[in-house]
Design a protein around this ligand. Structure first.
Ligand SMILES: Cc1ncc(COP(=O)(O)O)c(C=O)c1O
Length: 500
């Protein structure tokens, strides 16, 4: 699927109905939608599985934006031509600006529309687009991501947790799958909020047109607070002092800051300890410029077979939450469940769940029994670039750690630890070539590794599967002595992502 992201931003305040009526003249059929508590908006299905959406202005969310987001009217030029044909007047022809390709038109209804095709900088989806357009042709290695599979996994999780809201966790580049692509796809599919680790990740999402609530899990330093407020991002707070700073910054910005109280129930990472949380909860009621949108904790061991520690954490969290009914107050949104909690502790689902790894079709550990039918969304493919026969006694790769006592056919694959394919896979990992598993022999180099075919057949250009075709991220993790989370998040940005 073409994945160019085109934002349509109405520079003057307009009604979505008026804009939808106008674009209907271009042949788009709009349907009115509302996802959860989100605003009513219009959406039209275009070609290439692309969705075009028109949202009303959301106070505070996107300060200069009245109406926005077209996914994939594939280029500014294409949209510009269509608008001119429909009677729009040129204000500025398509040209490259500091934002990327940009054009401005006045549509016949008098709306000034800015068309932007985002610039391809190092961190954006567009950088991976460049990867797709140019490197795909050049480099015989890529990661394939099925956005449809991620959406199906999201649905399977939603069905499993019933009434609880599902917050897709898209930190660390959506576990290697592409933060912008995954989030835009899930937003169009009905996701009502997102979770990330860093302020920067949340800002990337806002710039990509994500208007849903975003919670940043990580600790906040004082200088970041104004940016959280400016971008209408929800932040974690675990001390009265931090709440005071947030309250002051919100007062200065004349806005309400949205906060989730973070309770540490046994992870010893961030959060106020459960045994001293009451004071924070009490104080949280008094800040004029803060909305307490949620209260949460995080499991340290929900992916273990022995759930006693996770159950203890949950009990501690529930004890903290007693604060609210005791004062006859409605609690804010309560959440603690990550993938392990979703799968193993239904009583932990509460008001919202935060799936990360499960969303991408991977179970958090071998100890968790399969109960939700999710499928892996990512595969990693390369090609054979060299074939040779290695004679007995001749060592393969750095350090000479592997030799054969008989002649063997060995092929070279152009992937290495510089791509995030662990060196720990040396003499341990396996790949699939022509439907067969074959072992990696010798050390994985920065950009290449070797595979022993014994006397099997392979030609230059034959596909090689590193993840997929029966090889799970969990298998690679086992061979490398790590966890599937690290396998996925470690895949380097230089590996082009292709969305199918
Ligand atoms: C606060 C928080 N919630 C949810 C998640 C998602 O965890 P998982 O990928 O195990 O579902 C994470 C990831 O570590 C996290 O830090």
């Amino acid at each position: 699927m073409e994945a160019t992201c085109l934002s349509l931003i109405a520079l003057r305040s307009v009604q979505p109905d008026a804009l939808a009526a106008f674009y209907a003249q271009l042949g788009m059929t709009f349907v009115k939608h509302r996802h959860g508590e989100g605003p009513e908006h219009f959406s039209a299905d275009l070609e290439h599985g692309v969705v075009f959406e028109i949202y009303p202005q959301k106070a505070g969310a996107l300060p200069t934006t009245s109406t926005r987001v077209g996914f994939g009217v594939r280029s500014v030029n294409e949209a510009f031509q269509a608008l001119i044909k429909a009677g729009a007047k040129v204000v500025s022809e398509p040209k490259v600006s500091e934002w990327g390709m940009r054009a401005v038109v006045d549509d016949p209804e008098g709306h000034r529309i800015e068309l932007i095709e985002r610039k391809r900088d190092a961190d954006s989806r567009s950088a991976r687009q460049v990867g797709r357009e140019s490197m795909e042709a050049i480099r015989p290695t890529h990661v394939e991501v099925s956005l449809g599979t991620i959406a199906q996994n999201f649905d399977a999780i939603r069905a499993h947790v019933g009434k609880a809201e599902v917050m897709p966790v898209v930190k660390a580049n959506a576990y290697g799958h592409g933060i912008v692509e995954v989030s835009q796809h899930l937003a169009a599919h009905g996701a009502t909020c997102f979770g990330v680790a860093l302020l920067e990740e949340a800002v990337v999402l806002r710039r990509a047109g994500i208007i849903q609530p975003i919670l940043v899990f990580g600790g906040v330093v004082a200088r970041q607070i104004p940016q959280f407020i400016e971008h209408d991002l929800m932040m974690a707070a675990s001390s009265i002092d931090k709440m005071r700073q947030i309250d002051d910054a919100a007062a200065a910005a004349k806005k309400k800051a949205r906060v989730h109280l973070k309770i540490d129930t046994g992870m010893e990472r961030i959060g106020v300890h459960w045994y001293s949380a009451e004071k924070l909860l009490e104080a949280s009621l008094s800040f004029q410029n803060i909305e307490i949108a949620g209260i949460y904790s995080h499991f340290a061991n929900s992916d273990a077979e022995d759930l006693s520690s996770a159950k203890e954490q949950l009990a501690r969290f529930l004890e903290v939450l007693d604060f609210y009914p005791k004062r006859s107050l409605k609690p804010p949104q309560r959440h603690i469940a990550n993938s392990g909690g979703i799968l193993q502790l239904p009583e932990s689902h509460l008001d919202l769940v935060r799936p990360g790894i499960l969303l991408y079709g991977v179970y958090p550990s071998r100890e968790v029994k399969t109960s939700i039918a999710v499928k892996p969304a990512l595969s990693w493919k390369s090609e054979v670039v060299y074939f040779k026969v290695v004679q007995p006694g001749n060592a393969v790769s750095y350090g000479g750690t592997w030799k054969s006592d008989h002649p063997v056919r060995v092929v070279t694959v152009p992937v290495g630890y510089g791509d995030g394919y662990f060196r720990a896979l040396s003499n341990r990992g396996q790949v699939v070539i022509r439907g067969e598993r074959h072992p990696i022999v010798g050390r994985v180099c920065m950009d290449q590794f070797m595979v022993n075919l014994e006397w099997g057949t392979a030609y230059n250009g034959d596909p090689v599967t590193l993840i997929g075709d029966g090889i799970l991220a969990q298998d690679v993790a086992d061979w490398a002595g790590t966890i599937p989370y690290e396998v996925l998040t470690n895949i380097h940005a230089r590996v082009p992502r292709v969305y199918v």
